[in-house]
Write a protein that binds this ligand. Structure first.
Ligand code: GTP
Length: 596
């Protein structure tokens, strides 16, 4: 297809504003999927995505569309919908010339709408504002058209109105995509340069890589080079998705499609990388490549220690499809053998954990997630701490922690409550704008560690669910951080220690000590629970001793009954972990580590 007849676009929207439903309608109207084959949310393939209604992996579909007597090829590139995947979103956007900015006409602009809009603007995309769900009785298209026009400029009347559900307004939208979004421009005679915006592992075909060709051509059977690694591969297959993969004779300037080289690991085909011809390599890549950087770490342990080899195997498998997942073996005195895993963020953690439990049938304990700290010691050495147990004792010159730029959107009546929360969470207000008289956008910098803790739940509860949040990493910042250790009878329990701000050390210590006092059963002797910073104890609770003699109940009688009781007690002990002399039930660990 000549570039003049190609339009590359994506739909950007806040979660639940109807992106997938609209995409489904477009597939139907362009005849790519017929109504009978249509299942809701055709593009969201993973079960877990479907159940949670979130899109994790982007895909690209080519749709033919006739407008003003010409047949155009519309490439719709689906973007992942969550903060953890900002980099993937930015690469998907970089593969487009335009974006449909979709806003629920009953909700208005939300934090993700804005975050994605900013990303689209950074990529110089043409923005088409669209209000969705106009079939809803609660829709207020006039009001929100004003909001949108104020945000991106232009006339409220130019804001399109559609219903992804009924299909109303979707054909005019497709025409506007053709009319407003510029066609791709590139040099057809130059060495090929194609940007990878997604790569997905497929059990049967190996890694399927999604690319947008910027210059030149990619052809089947030729050798290609991944420019960041210099690795060469043979192009076994190249084609477009419409809606199933269709092999083609090659991809030229402006085209979007997939390629298969037989590699088995998405790490060999990285999002953001540039693909070029091995015979005629491009001198420069397209820029913008970034290694995925894990931001949040957590220990994953099998509840049943004998599942450890299965957990390792499951992680090895997941890794094939997830370039951002990192892990290494770890041993914990309390939890046994497990893995220290790094994730892009909390959702990523949750997704991986859930897949391990669901697809691989594992029961897991995950330790309280923590961010990565850079510790500078008195002698100038630097340590990269991904686990509280690695945090040095004393001799620390400074500690820095990752911070994020957060955008919070909420009805203006909640400004006070949000400010109070952000203050508690060590946030700094960077700016505030009224989108309309009753809706406000607040921009904060916040430590990622505070967000990882329970920020989102608190924000929701303080704003009765009305606030929305989006954030992206914004470097590191020095902070006054300490490690709080929890000791049972003088023994430190690694799984419970945490790195927290100095001002919060006390409340963390008290919270953990109180929790554990409730969770750990009384023993034959008194058990002190202490929270300490170094050798300084900051909180203390006691579990009082009991004397429990199971045999006493039996009045000497029947010996087999006594044996049975002893057996039973042994059974119970198996599920106990020993910390020094203290028996801690497995459930206590799980309960103490769960954040609620
Ligand atoms: P993510 O892909 O998870 O970001 O969500 P989404 O933006 O794709 O939302 P999705 O298409 O899953 O729609 C969210 C909810 O809104 C679903 O329950 C849809 O049925 C509903 N919905 C979507 N479009 C419309 C519409 O035009 N009218 C009405 N009434 N409901 C809609």
């Amino acid at each position: 297809t000549p570039p003049e007849l190609i339009r590359n676009f994506c739909i950007i929207a806040h979660i639940d504003h109807g992106k997938s439903t609209l995409a489904d309608r477009m597939l139907q109207l362009t005849g790519v999927v017929d109504s009978r084959a249509m299942r809701a949310q055709y593009l969201d393939r993973m079960d877990i995505e479907r159940e949670r209604g979130i899109t994790i992996k982007s895909q690209a579909v080519r749709m033919p569309w006739e407008s003003a007597g010409q047949t155009y090829a519309l490439n719709m590139i689906d973007t992942p919908g969550h903060v953890d995947f900002t980099y993937e979103v930015s690469r998907s956007l970089a593969a487009c010339e335009g974006a449909v900015l979709l806003v629920d006409a009953a909700q208005g602009i939300e934090a993700q709408t804005l975050a994605n809009l900013y990303l689209a603007m950074e990529n110089d995309l043409t923005i088409i504002p669209v209000l969705n769900k106009i079939d809803l009785p609660a829709a207020q298209p006039e009001k929100y058209a004003e909001e949108l026009a104020k945000l991106i400029g232009g006339d409220p009347a130019d804001c399109l109105r559609v219903s992804g559900k009924t299909g109303e307004g979707v054909e005019p939208l497709l025409d506007q995509i053709v009319a407003q979004i510029p066609h791709p421009v590139g040099d057809p005679d130059a060495p090929a340069r194609a940007m990878i915006f997604d790569s997905v592992y497929d059990t049967y075909r190996g890694v399927v890589t999604y690319v947008r060709v910027v210059d030149g051509n990619l052809n089947p059977r030729e050798r290609i080079v991944m420019m960041s690694t210099k690795a060469t591969h043979e192009l076994l297959e190249i084609g477009v998705i419409s809606p199933e993969p269709v092999p083609s004779k090659g991809l030229g300037v402006g085209e979007v499609g997939y390629l298969i080289t037989g590699v088995k690991d998405v790490r060999q085909s990285r999002v953001g990388d540039t693909v070029t011809n091995a015979s005629k390599p491009a001198a420069r890549d397209l820029g913008g490549y970034r290694d995925p950087k894990p931001m949040v770490f957590s220990g994953l342990y099998p509840i049943d220690g004998s599942d450890y080899p299965d957990l390792r195997e499951a992680l090895d498998k997941l890794k094939l499809n997830d370039a951002a997942l990192v892990y290494e073996p770890e041993t914990s005195a309390a939890l046994g053998f497990g893995f220290r895993c790094g994730f892009l963020g909390l959702l990523h953690l949750e997704i991986v954990r859930e897949r391990l439990e669901r697809e691989f049938n594992l029961d897991l304990i995950s330790t309280q997630p923590n961010v990565v700290y850079d510790v500078t010691l008195d002698d100038g050495r630097e340590i990269h701490v991904t686990n509280p147990s690695e945090f040095p004792e004393g001799k620390i010159a400074s500690v820095s922690e990752p911070i994020v730029r957060a955008t919070i959107l909420a009805p203006s009546e909640f400004v006070g409550a949000i400010m109070e929360l952000c203050q508690q969470k060590r946030g700094q207000l960077r700016g505030m704008d009224y989108l309309s008289e009753d809706r406000v956008e607040m921009r904060y910098t916040l430590p990622l560690a505070e967000i990882v803790f329970d920020f989102f739940d608190q924000l929701k509860s303080r704003t009765r669910g009305y606030a929305s949040l989006d954030y992206e990493p914004d470097g590191d910042q020095v902070a006054d951080l300490v490690k709080v250790q929890i000791l049972l009878q003088g023994e430190s329990v690694d799984a419970f220690s945490a790195i927290v701000h100095k001002d919060k050390a006390y409340s963390y210590g008290v919270m953990m000590a109180t929790k554990l006092k409730e969770l750990i059963p009384r023993q034959q002797f008194e058990v002190p629970i202490q929270a300490a910073i170094g050798s300084r104890v900051i909180a203390r609770e006691n579990i009082r001793a009991i004397r429990k003699d199971v045999l006493a109940k039996c009045y000497g009688g029947d010996i087999s009954r006594k044996r049975k009781l002893l057996e039973k007690q042994k059974e119970g002990k198996k599920r106990m972990k020993m910390v020094g002399r203290v028996e801690v039930p497995q459930e206590a660990f799980i309960a103490a580590l769960s954040s609620d």
